[in-house]
Structures are given as structure tokens and as C-alpha cells.
Design a binder for this molecule. Structure first.
Ligand code: NAD
Ligand code: USQ
Length: 387
């Protein structure tokens, strides 16, 4: 298949592009490098050094003989987006290209507005470009488990069968997200469902859980193919952060009592899920939703597993939660769709955690411990808000 990967300079987009290329697909990639600008803005950096997109693509071609076409531009620029889709003529577009950190979106008004404009407008441009150029293109879009929040009923895959006052309907699952970033994904989901309903587009929304890990078989082939690994309090995700904290002898920063539970997924399963979604497209007019996670774990549980496997001392620090989120809540998620398509999950294992300890030890001198402490308070973003 011809597959265009948007946001392919990022943590997940790059390994996915390589995985799809290795699987024999004809892959093109796109990015505007804004993720590298957030690093400059915040004074942070990936733990694992990363090459430029151009060097990565050249290294992949040198090692495998497989070419990857590159488009550099911003999805909020409609001319760029249309031209790229016209030039490459993909059968599937995989869309990772959004501002994806909840804390970044909660810094202040400017960052909230930027996040929602970047994410919602970029996705709208992609939907319009597909509708006008070739409505048969399958859009595979990254959503997030946090769109649902933590409701007191089971979380279904995007849709809910409802019976109310004797009548039945199938409705989009009600959403109660926990940040302006997570809200941008909810807005995207609604726009996509609408585009499928009115224009007959085909789309898959992958509500992914928190990703952990750094290597896939393809990125591990050569240091020049490495993907980024964020550990700072804005872009670092929880398990990755806890691993780095354990190795550096920093207490594991559990927010609140740590009973808040999340769906998690290994980066090797992320790339496989995308491949399965592309190779088994949604039907014309179908807005298909999968919950892309493989297991649920509380934050305190994640800290425990990391501490248990660390071959030294490691302590846990319960910090006052800088976010507004439920603790001690119900959490039961249906996630059978991708397994039915053929996913065999990698559950969190000793080997994976040990390999992450090794990667961290290799680059330990690059860690900035100052970047560990959470600095963005959900309650503080509104001027004069009570702390
Ligand atoms: P990332 O920030 O590392 O990568 C996103 C890439 O998109 C970056 O390279 C960035 O430069 C690019 N981008 C952003 N806006 C763009 C625009 N307007 N035009 C062109 N390029 C643009 O993020 P990631 O961790 O790889 O996440 C990828 C996707 O997966 C995101 O949509 C995110 O919401 C979703 N997701 C991530 C996780 C996770 O744990 N990392 C979990 C669930 C869902
Ligand atoms: N947490 C801690 N300590 C830390 C960091 C986080 O206790 O040092 C807690 C948070 O309070 C939260 C949970 O861990 O309860 C997850 O936080 P996170 O930063 O790992 O993940 P989140 O902000 O939800 O965002 C990440 C990605 C985002 C993706 C989302 C998937 O950055 O792109 O959409 O995971 S999900 O959470 O399922 O919506």
C-alpha cells in the first residue's frame, strides 16, 4: 500500500514509518519539526540523541535499500496539505501530527489555543484534502484513551448502545477529558465522525493509551534510526519517566495517591496496531474506533513494577497532584478490536523494563534532573484562580 505518515519526526511516527516500510509498504513521511521547537522553548531534550529526519531517511535507505519520500510542512497550511496528498496519492494516511502533551496545553491561554488550533485545524485540513482529492483514502488517526476520562461505567470502543425511556440508539461514547490537549482529540473525533457521515469518508480513530518503551526492531538496527525518549515533566510519559528517575536515583514522582489508572501500551505494539489498521481499512462511510491499549495499571502500580525491577535502591515521592483528575475510580476498558485483527500484545515485562534501564544508563549524563519536577499546575492556568 501507499501510506503517508504525518508527524513522522516524532516519538511514534518515526518507528511507525520504518515498520510500515519494512513490511513492504511504499511510505512517505511529513513533519514541520515543531516538536523540536518545543524542546528549545522549554529547554529540554530527548534522553536518546536523535538525528535529523533527512539523516534518518538516508540511513534507512542505506541499510535496507528502501526509499522514504519526505514532505516538510505544516498541516495547518491547507495548500501544503492538499499538495502533499495530490503528489503522493496515498491509500492510507496515518495522522500522528499533533501537539500531544497535556501539561503543555495547560501552561496558559496561549498554549491551550495553540494546541487546539494546531490539532483541530490540521485534522480538518486533512479531512477536506481527502474528501476533495480522493475520498477513498483511509484516514488512520491517533486519538487517546484520555478522551473518555474515567467514567463510572465500562469504556466501550468509541460507541455506546443506549436505551433511554424505552428507545434505543447507538451514540458516540460520552467524553470527559482531563486537559485542553485531550479535548482537542475529542473535537477531532467529532469532526471525523461527521466527515464519515456526510461525505462517506473512511476513518479509524485509535484511542491509544500511554505509550512506553523506546526501541522497535527497526529503530534498533542503527543509532541513526533511534526515536526520541522524553523524560521531562511536560513531554515525558509516566512509565518512561519512572525508569529514568530510578536509574538517576531520583524519587519516582507519583502524583497524588497514585490510584489513578490508565491504559498503557508498548511502542512495539503501537507500530503493529497502525499496520493492522492500515491493512484492514474501515468501510466507506464508517467511523471506526479502537481502544489501542493492552493493559490497565494504576500510577502507583507502575511505580511499584519499576522499583521492583530496578537492581538498586529506589524510592517513591507522592507529590501533590498538579493535575485535576480522579483518584480511586472505576476503570474497565473494552479493547478487543485490534486483537481481533491479529494483535498479540507485549505485556509489560522484566525484559522490557531492564532494556529501558540499559538505554537510560547509556545516556545518563544527558539527563537534566531539573526537568523532572512538575512545573505546570492545572489550577494555576487561569489568572487569579485559587491554588
Ligand atoms: P510527538 O510530539 O513526538 O510527535 C508528533 C509529531 O508531529 C512531531 O514530530 C511534530 O513536529 C509533528 N507535528 C505537530 N504538529 C504538526 C503540524 N501542524 N504539522 C506537521 N507536523 C506536526 O508525539 P508522539 O508521542 O509521537 O505522539 C504521536 C501521536 O500519538 C499524537 O497525536 C499523540 O496525541 C498520540 N498519542 C501519543 C501517546 C504517547 O504516549 N506518546 C499516547 C496516545 C496517543
Ligand atoms: N503521572 C504521575 N507522575 C509523573 C507523570 C505522570 O503520577 O511523573 C500521572 C499523571 O498524573 C496521569 C498519569 O500519570 O495520571 C499519566 O500521565 P502521562 O503524562 O504519562 O500521560 P498523559 O498526560 O495522559 O499523556 C500521555 C501522552 C498523550 C497521550 C496520553 C494517553 O503524552 O499524548 O494522549 O498519554 S492517555 O493518557 O491514555 O490519554
Amino acid at each position: 500500500m501507499r501510506i503517508l505518515v504525518l508527524g513522522a519526526d516524532g516519538y511514534l511516527g518515526w518507528p511507525t514509518a520504518l515498520h510500515l516500510s519494512q513490511a513492504g509498504h511504499d511510505v512517505a513521511v511529513a513533519d514541520n519539526f515543531v516538536r523540536r521547537q518545543y524542546d528549545f522553548e522549554l529547554g529540554i531534550d530527548s534522553l536518546v540523541p536523535i538525528e535529523s529526519l533527512q539523516t534518518r531517511v538516508a540511513a534507512w535507505r542505506e541499510l535496507t535499500g528502501k526509499p522514504i519520500e519526505t514532505f516538510v510542512g505544516d498541516l495547518t497550511d491547507a495548500d501544503f496539505t492538499y499538495q502533499m496528498i495530490r503528489d503522493f496519492r496515498p491509500e492510507a494516511v496515518v495522522h500522528f501530527a499533533e501537539q500531544r502533551a497535556a501539561p503543555y496545553s495547560m501552561i496558559d491561554r496561549k498554549h491551550a489555543v495553540y494546541t487546539q488550533v494546531n490539532n483541530v485545524v490540521g485534522t480538518l485540513n486533512v479531512l477536506y484534502a481527502i474528501a476533495e482529492i480522493d475520498p477513498d483514502i483511509h484516514l488512520v488517526k491517533l486519538g487517546t484513551m484520555g478522551e473518555y476520562g474515567t467514567p463510572n461505567i465500562d469504556i466501550e470502543e468509541g460507541w455506546l448502545e443506549l436505551e433511554y425511556k424505552g428507545r434505543k440508539d447507538r451514540v458516540l461514547y460520552p467524553k470527559r477529558p482531563g486537559s485542553f490537549y485531550h479535548l482537542s482529540k475529542v473535537h477531532d473525533s467529532h469532526n471525523m465522525e461527521f466527515a464519515c457521515r456526510i461525505w462517506g469518508l473512511r476513518a479509524t480513530d485509535l484511542n491509544q493509551g500511554v505509550v512506553y518503551g523506546q526501541q522497535t526492531p527497526e529503530t534498533a538496527l542503527d543509532d541513526r534510526l533511534a526515536t526520541r525518549f522524553d523524560y521531562d515533566s511536560v513531554f515525558g510519559t509516566v512509565l518512561n519517566r519512572f525508569v529514568v528517575q530510578a536509574v538517576l536515583g531520583h524519587p519516582l514522582t507519583v502524583y497524588g495517591n497514585g490510584s489513578q489508572t490508565r491504559g498503557i501500551i508498548d511502542i512495539r505494539d503501537t507500530v503493529r496496531c497502525i499496520q493492522l489498521a492500515c491493512e484492514n481499512p474501515a468501510d466507506p462511510g464508517e467511523f471506526r474506533v479502537f481502544n489501542q491499549m493492552t493493559e490497565s495499571m494504576s500510577v502507583a502500580g507502575i511505580a511499584e513494577v519499576v522499583a521492583e525491577h530496578f537492581p538498586g535502591e529506589s524510592t517513591v515521592d507522592h507529590l501533590a497532584n498538579p493535575r485535576v483528575e480522579r483518584e480511586n475510580h472505576y476503570y474497565n476498558v473494552t479493547h478487543t478490536g485490534l486483537v481481533e485483527l491479529g494483535l498479540t500484545p507485549h505485556l509489560l515485562s522484566d525484559t522490557l523494563i531492564t532494556s529501558l534501564f540499559d538505554i537510560t544508563k547509556r545516556y545518563a549524563e544527558r539527563v537534566d534532573l531539573g526537568a523532572m519536577q512538575p512545573s505546570i499546575d492545572w489550577r494555576g492556568a487561569r489568572a487569579g484562580a485559587p491554588r
